[in-house]
Structure formats: structure tokens, C-alpha cells
Design a protein around this ligand. Structure first.
Ligand code: SF4
Length: 366
């Protein structure tokens, strides 16, 4: 148990044994889902729980005890707190913000399957998450949690993929697919792998970050049977890189499955060069590839996390000039529909200045 990390929060779970703490079912069952539960924590005034029911009526809350234990309760600006404790600003009006700015819903040829790009598609296998991230760009789905069973979803998803020979890669996402048990995930992987033109599978899950005990030897042994398989997760702050999350990522990697990271640029969480550099170096140290840094989408309920493009590019210019290529994610802006991801380094003033400074080199050799 991460007992020294935050004694105040862990005292709430004082009846849990070390064995309970390492058990993902215990973690899931004991998620904090009611605002009233937050009142039991020291520092409640900082949590400002009194009006949060209005937020959770729209956007539910769920936080695993493990992820909660990463919060430094005395720090009002704690980056883990910002990502999991509801905030009144989620229901403030951010003019022009949209439920679905990427137009995913209008790219669903069958329910729960997003097909935005010709060669790959994304299956929403659940709307439930281990922990609900307050910045989630699919938070519009949360109230629908578990209304449709996986079996029902697959009845339409599998025939569509089978009939679409241009699809070579399936991303299993949600929600978080790791809310299912190993056997259910194996059935899902097997039914996709059985489609002759499916070459690659990808799982998107925040389990290594918010509930690393979900990653077990048995789970990894099962995953290994479905390679080539890629595992993408989402660390957003160095405080999320712990011995437990490192162990979870290493177990997946030891099964021959690469682990990549897709962060989101979040105001107040990771929008400073120092934090971002520590995150990227920290990921590199645990052999997790920084793959994408997404500019925060203009999603309703996430406006307070939004940074403007100029600040994001200015911050990343420092990172681009200081950090080794192996620790650099692509900083991208996801655009609606099938337009795709726009790399933002092309908009960097420094890069454009460098191009001008070295114009003679280009003129001569390029
Ligand atoms: S785990 Fe993913 S889908 Fe679930 S709330 Fe977090 S970002 Fe959204």
C-alpha cells in the first residue's frame, strides 16, 4: 500500500488490508462515486463539496482509492485532484464548446463504432471508466454507462468490420475496456483477431495510471496471444508515475507489447515546460513512448482545462529545443471528422525562424 504517500487520504480506507489494496476488484468496488464521501477527507474545505452534486448530476464521479491516494490533500492545485475531483466550472457555460467537437457521433456507421479514417476504426466497448477524468473528451457518454451490453454492441460491430476490408486496425476503447474481466477481454480480442483482414489491435486504457493493480501476470499472458497488439495509456503528470504504474507498464512491455502514451495538454496540470519535461523524461525512464500530446479539444465540461494554441506552442518550443527526440511526443490538434490530427510543430515560430536562418543551406542542398 502506498501508505506514506498520503496518510490523510489513506486513513479513509483504514480497514483495507494490503491484499485488498492490491486487488483490482476491491479498488473498483471501493471507488469514490458520491460527493458526500469527499466530506470525510481532511481538507474538505479545499474540496468545496457543497455544490458538487450539481456537477455530478451531469458528469458522474468515480475515483479509485489508488488514484485518490496520489492527491496531496493540502495542495489546492494538485494535478491529480484537478483530473478527478469534480469542479463547478464543468457546468459553467463555455460559449461555443461542444459535446462532440470531433464529430465522432456522426461517424458511427453502426452504434458504438467510430470510423473516421479508412484503415482503422475505434470500438466503444463500454462507457464506464475506472476513474472518470474530468478533462475527458467523451464525457458526453458517461451518463449512458453500461446501458448496452458488450454482446449487443458486438452483434453490429463485428459484422461491420468483417464487411469493411479496408479496415486493418481496430482500437478497443471506451470508456475503459479494462473494466471487463480477462475472459471477456480475451473473447473480444479473439473475435476481432478472427477477422482475416485485421492485422493490428490496439487497446486504449488508463488502468496503468489510475488502477495499476488491474495489470496482472495472467492478463499480460493473455494479451501476448493477440500480438501484434499495442497498448496506449494516458499519463498527464509526473506525479502519476509511481512504482506501481511503472510495474504495470513493465509487465505489459515484458509480454512484448509496446506501451505508448497519449497525454492531453491541460491548463493547471501540465501546461508548464518544467512539468511537461519531467513527464516526458519520466515516461522515457519507464520505457513508455511519448506518442501524442493532444491539444485540449473544445469539449463542453472541459473549458477550464483549455489552453490557447499560442501558449501550447510556446511551451512546446522550449521542450523541442531541450529534450531528446526519443522523449518527444507529436503535439497535435485533433480536427473534426476525418480531417485528422494536425501537427502543431509546423506552426512554431522558432522552427520557421530556423528555416529562414538556414535558408542558404536549403537553397544549396535541398
Ligand atoms: S479513462 Fe479515457 S474515456 Fe475514461 S474518463 Fe478517462 S479519458 Fe475519458
Amino acid at each position: 500500500m502506498n501508505i506514506n504517500k498520503n496518510k490523510n487520504i489513506l486513513s479513509f480506507f483504514k480497514n483495507a488490508t494490503a491484499r485488498d489494496w492490491q486487488d483490482s476488484r476491491w479498488q473498483f468496488k471501493n471507488r469514490i462515486t458520491k460527493v458526500a464521501q469527499l466530506d470525510h477527507f481532511p481538507g474538505e474545505s479545499l474540496l468545496r463539496t457543497e455544490k458538487l452534486n450539481a456537477v455530478t448530476a451531469v458528469y458522474p464521479m468515480a475515483i479509485t482509492p489508488y488514484y485518490l491516494s496520489l492527491i496531496q490533500i493540502d495542495d489546492e492545485n494538485d494535478p491529480v485532484r484537478a483530473q478527478c475531483i469534480p469542479d463547478l466550472r464543468e457546468i459553467s457555460c463555455y460559449k461555443d464548446y461542444l459535446d462532440d467537437p470531433l464529430e465522432e457521433d456522426s461517424h458511427m456507421p453502426v452504434p458504438k463504432l467510430i470510423h473516421r479514417y479508412s484503415d482503422r476504426c475505434l470500438a466503444i466497448v463500454t462507457e464506464v471508466c475506472l476513474t472518470y477524468c474530468r478533462h475527458c473528451n467523451r464525457k458526453r457518454f458517461w451518463p449512458q454507462s453500461a446501458h448496452i451490453s458488450l454482446k449487443t454492441r458486438l452483434k453490429k460491430i463485428i459484422p461491420y468490420i468483417s464487411a469493411s476490408r479496408q479496415i486493418r486496425e481496430v482500437i478497443i476503447s471506451g470508456g475503459d475496456p479494462l473494466i471487463f474481466d480477462d475472459q471477456t477481454i480475451e473473447t473480444l480480442l479473439a473475435s476481432l483477431k478472427a477477422i482475416p483482414h485485421i492485422e493490428v489491435l490496439r487497446i486504449g486504457s488508463r488502468a496503468p495510471v489510475v488502477m495499476p493493480m488491474r495489470i496482472t501476470k495472467e492478463f499480460c499472458r493473455m494479451l501476448k496471444r493477440y500480438r501484434p497488439l499495442w497498448f496506449n495509456t494516458q499519463f498527464n503528470h509526473p506525479a502519476e508515475i509511481t512504482p506501481e504504474s511503472k510495474r504495470a507498464c513493465n509487465m505489459i512491455q515484458e509480454s512484448g507489447i509496446p506501451v505508448s502514451n497519449q497525454s492531453v495538454l491541460l491548463h493547471g496540470v501540465n501546461d508548464s515546460p518544467d512539468v511537461m519535461r519531467n513527464l516526458l523524461y519520466g515516461l522515457q525512464k519507464i520505457s513508455v513512448r511519448p506518442y501524442y500530446l493532444f491539444h485540449c479539444d473544445p469539449v463542453k465540461g472541459c473549458g477550464h482545462f483549455h489552453t490557447d494554441l499560442k501558449s501550447g506552442i510556446t511551451m512546446m518550443e522550449k521542450i523541442w529545443s531541450q529534450c531528446s527526440g526519443l522523449s518527444l511526443p507529436q503535439y497535435v490538434l485533433d480536427l473534426p471528422g476525418s480531417t485528422g490530427k494536425m501537427p502543431l510543430n509546423t506552426m512554431s515560430g522558432t522552427i520557421n525562424n530556423n528555416l529562414q536562418t538556414h535558408q542558404h543551406y536549403f537553397d544549396k542542398f535541398m
